[in-house]
Write a protein that binds this ligand. Structure first.
Ligand code: SF4
Length: 610
């Protein structure tokens, strides 16, 4: 009579989480073979079966014994915690069988009974951290060369996988988790959420939510599973959540959706999809998955905060636009302290950068070791209060920031020009842009020092990239003053706020509109004591057009909140890389302002461009 091998995964260890089929299989078996601890865990389910139990590193003898017993005609349960096919006994038993020339047709019967693996059980205790692409990596190098393991860690980190680390540390294997953290910090923010779960669903269960920078300050042992979030993972109310991307297409705080069910799978609703982007590598348009991420994945527009390139920018911020906007604000504040100024952003950027370069202790202790005597390294909330200098041998970085003398003020003093020239030096550069600011690019290890100096000289500085810019006319050299306060307030509230794509707002002080507010994404023109509003200019290409005048006579006290609402809608509902005019055309109505189709002009073939 042929025997049978039952390769059973009994899950995390609590009886509620053992599957019905696993219980049945244990009951119907003649022999139970397992590691001592596992046999003890399922002992209440045993009904007199013969027990073969061994210690650690005895897996091969257990597998050989199991095959031998099955060949004698017995039903043999080989038990593993979690899932038998995930670092369990299933693969080994098959290997032993194959060595003996086993075939499914002629050999003993084999049934594999799935169980809940640690990545799932631990994730359920942490919230929903494995909602997106994830992988498991065992840090045990008893059977796998360490070079292979760390190579997989690096690949997973680079590819922005959520990572579940199994076997992170044991009594003798203590360096592996340290090396792993160091590698991850080269690709991920130190603030990346990390969950540590020990003995999930067992008596001594412990759950710790921490960060990548601080994970080693907590106990990690044989029974711990470490779950590392991806660049979009955030913490909310003690839970670790990895968004899948629904917010790209849906309004999550409303039952009403802008896209009807039949529209949701259309190409135009998925501008990031492969078919939309055939000329570019896969993933090209995937930057900034949620607005919560700490960095952009490598690819177009990557900010290179993490030392993967030769330049970085002040990170695109979330300026005061979101004040009073409670949508997702709890999520943001729970993730990290909001960075509201370029100075803070620059400090944060360099802090991350330094710790991405394999510093020995990626926490504030390392900063302490580097800081000048007497200077604090962190404020009360743990944010870096001092920016460490670049380390010897580190790659020099380009600091990039937008600089202007003011919103209405277009004049730079000789002292300001001198300061700019001194900061740029021989190696830096200044680029004059059509947006009423200059971009300063300068190699430096001290971006906060550069920013401080610019601010002290009276410059306005702000992030560059896919953010809001607010520009204005010069209000006839400051003579037509009525609209200036509104331009200033818009700048204060919106400039630098992160957007799906760069968004330009322009304010002109009279109906002459000589600074062409109607040629921007959003333009407002002060006329007869009120504002006219223009939306959705397309400034380039053969089908370029001015913005549509969507309203006249908006009361001054309403203009700022109106623009804020429009910008907020674009931020929340715009697709990544979708320009404002396209967004306006797609959604057709923003804040009650209707889009009208622009007549298509017949154009001659252009000499260059489109
Ligand atoms: S738009 Fe009007 S207020 Fe502004 S600079 Fe031109 S003329 Fe002066």
């Amino acid at each position: 009579m042929k025997g049978k091998l039952l390769l059973i995964g009994f899950g995390p260890g609590s009886f509620e989480h053992i599957t019905h089929r696993a219980r049945q299989a244990i009951e119907e078996s003649d022999v139970i073979i397992g590691y001592n601890t596992y046999v003890d865990l399922i002992r209440p389910l045993l009904t007199g079966q013969e027990i073969v139990r061994t210690g650690m590193t005895e897996e091969v003898s257990r597998a050989v014994e199991a095959v031998k017993q099955a060949e004698l005609g017995k039903k043999v349960a080989v038990i593993s915690s979690g899932d038998a096919g995930v670092y369990g006994m299933a693969g080994l038993v098959y290997e032993v069988l194959i060595e003996k020339g086993w075939t499914a047709a002629e050999g003993v019967e084999v049934e594999t009974i799935p169980g809940i693996s640690a990545i799932n059980s631990c994730a359920s205790l942490l919230g929903a951290p494995v909602m997106h692409d994830a992988c498991t990596i065992s840090l045990s190098d008893h059977l796998t060369p360490w070079s292979t393991i760390i190579g997989r860690v690096e690949a997973a980190a680079r590819a922005d996988f959520v990572i579940a680390l199994y076997n992170p540390r044991s009594g003798r294997r203590t360096r592996q988790i340290v090396e792993t953290q160091r590698m991850l910090l080269r690709y991920r923010s130190p603030q990346t959420p990390v969950g540590l779960v020990k003995s999930a669903y067992r008596e001594r269960q412990e759950v710790v939510l921490t960060t990548l920078a601080e994970m080693l300050e907590h106990e990690i042992g044989m029974l711990t599973t470490v779950i590392i979030g991806n660049s979009a993972t955030f913490v909310y109310d003690g839970l670790m959540i990895t968004p899948r991307g629904y917010q790209r297409k849906y309004t999550l705080h409303s039952a009403e959706q802008s896209l009807k069910p039949h529209e949701r799978l259309r190409k135009e609703a998925e501008p990031w999809a492969l078919e939309q982007d055939e000329g570019q590598p896969a993933g090209w348009g995937e930057a900034w998955p949620t607005g919560r991420g700490e960095m952009q994945p490598a690819g177009k527009g990557a900010a290179h905060l993490m030392g993967c390139g030769d330049a970085y920018r002040i990170r695109q911020g979330e300026a005061q636009l979101l004040e009073g906007d409670d949508t997702h604000s709890a999520e943001r504040s729970a993730t990290r302290p909001a960075s509201t100024s370029p100075l803070e952003l620059a400090e944060e950027a360099l802090f991350k950068l330094v710790y991405s370069r394999g510093q020995p202790a990626p926490n504030l202790l390392a900063a302490e070791a580097l800081a000048p005597a007497g200077r604090p390294v962190a404020d009360a909330s743990g944010r870096p209060a001092w920016t460490p200098p670049m380390q010897a041998g580190a790659q020099e970085l380009i600091f990039e920031v937008a600089v202007s003398p003011g919103v209405a003020n277009k004049k730079m003093s000789p002292a300001q020009l001198l300061t700019l020239a001194q900061i740029a030096g021989e190696q830096g550069e200044l680029e004059y842009t059509p947006h009423h600011y200059m971009i300063l690019r300068v190699p430096t290890g001290d971006p906060s020092g550069v920013t401080e100096r610019l601010v002290a000289e009276g410059f306005r500085v702000q992030a560059v990239g896919d953010v809001v810019t607010v520009k204005a006319c010069d209000f006839c050299n400051g003579e037509k003053t009525e609209a200036i306060p509104y331009a200033e307030e818009l700048h204060r509230k919106l400039a630098g706020a992160k957007m799906p794509k760069e968004l330009h707002i322009a304010v002109n002080g009279c109906g002459m509109a000589c600074y062409r507010a109607s040629h921007e994404d959003i333009g407002i023109i002060y006329r007869k004591g009120k504002f006219d509003l223009f939306l959705g200019a397309k400034t380039t290409g053969s089908n370029a057009h001015t913005a549509q005048r969507v309203a006249e006579g908006i009361e001054p006290e309403r203009i700022v909140e109106t623009i804020e609402s429009i910008v907020r809608q674009y931020r929340e509902r715009g697709h990544p890389n979708e320009r404002f005019f396209k967004f306006f055309k797609r959604v057709k109505n923003v804040e009650g302002f209707e889009h009208k189709e622009v007549p298509v002009a017949v154009a001659d073939a252009a000499v260059c461009g489109d």
